[in-house]
Design a protein around this ligand. Structure first.
Ligand code: UT7
Length: 334
């Protein structure tokens, strides 16, 4: 029997219209456009406004676009996986809301939480459903409404984050295409360095937790930077090496967009020039699980069947990893 692999056969994305510029941030906290640009590389980010709009609002739009572009009937979708740290509610799951609103009524669904590496975690999980031979159409949605957990009184974190969501369709292939190799790692010892301290079962919401502003992202930036820069580059280098990919074999690096300096270090480690690296941090900031699918979405028209893509991410947990993807089709699906 021929070996079945999972390949991405379409991509959808959504970023909100409202833009929050560095100039806007400078009016909220003591910072400058120069600091944000030189230390992080962000000029502006998109923010989702509107009462009651959570991550599902963006996920629904990304999935609807994906279904339109691929001309797939939503009733054919068998699994919907959502990678997000900013679920609409503690329960029920966001994936069930997205599936319901997009007409994926024959799918089973679940949420995953791999923070900024969430897309890589969900992609490998979705790919494994396809590889079993039992499932033919799996949607992976990844994204976050990071502004819902951003403290606009904290200058060390508020310039970093934005909102956005991507969605990909996974289908079986017997060609040499798709999710070729995966490295996924976790080190729970990293948990205190990047965390939302309250609102979970360890520290449920209370007046005190609200007063102490513990329902926002807390990040020890320097520590996270140190691990991110090493682990993301290591994972990308390891996956390239073990698949015998030289710098000339790599068509694109698709890095998580947390800091341009981390992206730069990853590219340097692989010896790949920056014109082969997908970068959109300057306009979207860090959308957590959304960054990698949003890059693929934006670059879709430039991608060709057989292109070698190295995806790499690092996030809270700590979670990190790299995926070697052989792209499945030419150019943009209408
Ligand atoms: O996506 C999930 C994973 N997350 C990441 O990968 C993020 C990793 N971390 C980073 O990208 C960086 O650590 C940050 C962008 C968060 C911070 O950059 P940094 O170069 O590590 O800055 P720092 O925290 O070492 O702070 C340097 C200085 C400090 O002042 P002193 O102590 O040297 O006087 C900060 O108080 O910059 C100061 N600072 C700011 N100054 C102006 C911190 N934030 C700001 C700000 N504007 N917004």
């Amino acid at each position: 029997m021929e070996k079945i692999n999972a390949v991405i056969t379409g991509i959808g994305g959504y970023v909100p219209e409202d833009v929050l510029t560095n100039e806007d941030i400078c009016k909220m906290v003591d910072t400058t456009d120069e600091w944000i640009m030189t230390r992080v590389g962000i000029k502006e980010r998109r923010i989702l406004k509107g009462e009651g709009r959570g991550t599902s609002y963006m996920g629904i739009r990304a999935v609807n676009q994906l279904l339109e572009k691929t001309k797939v009937n939503p009733e054919e979708i068998e699994v919907v996986i959502v990678a997000s740290t900013t679920a609409d509610y503690r329960f029920p799951m966001t994936a069930s809301i997205i599936a319901y609103q997009t007409g994926c009524k024959n799918a089973f669904t679940f949420d995953m939480q791999g923070a900024c590496a969430g897309f890589l975690y969900a992609l490998e999980t979705g790919a494994n459903y396809i590889r079993t031979g039992r499932y033919k159409k799996v949607i992976v949605v990844a994204g976050d409404k990071m502004t819902s957990i951003t403290n606009y009184e904290d200058r060390t974190t508020c310039p970093l984050f934005g909102d956005g969501c991507g969605a990909v369709l996974l289908e079986p292939t017997t060609e040499e295409l798709g999710v070729m190799d995966v490295i996924l790692r976790v080190d729970g010892a990293g948990f205190p360095h990047l965390i939302m301290k309250a609102g979970g079962s360890a520290y449920p919401s209370s007046h005190e937790t609200v007063d102490h502003r513990e329902h926002f992202v807390y990040q020890d930036g320097r520590t996270v930077f140190k691990y991110a820069v090493t682990y993301m580059a290591d994972a990308a280098a390891e996956i390239a090496e073990r698949n015998h990919l030289t710098k000339d074999d790599i068509t694109w690096i698709v890095p998580h967009q947390a800091n341009l300096r981390i992206i730069d270090a990853t590219a340097k480690r692989l010896g790949v020039p920056m014109d082969k690296v997908m970068v959109n941090i300057q306009k979207y900031g860090n959308t957590s699980a959304g960054t990698i699918p949003l890059c693929l979405w934006e670059w879709e028209d430039k991608l060709k069947k057989g292109d070698n893509l190295i995806l790499a991410a690092f996030g809270a947990g700590f979670t990190w990893g790299s995926v070697y993807l052989k792209w499945g089709y030419d150019g943009k699906k209408a």
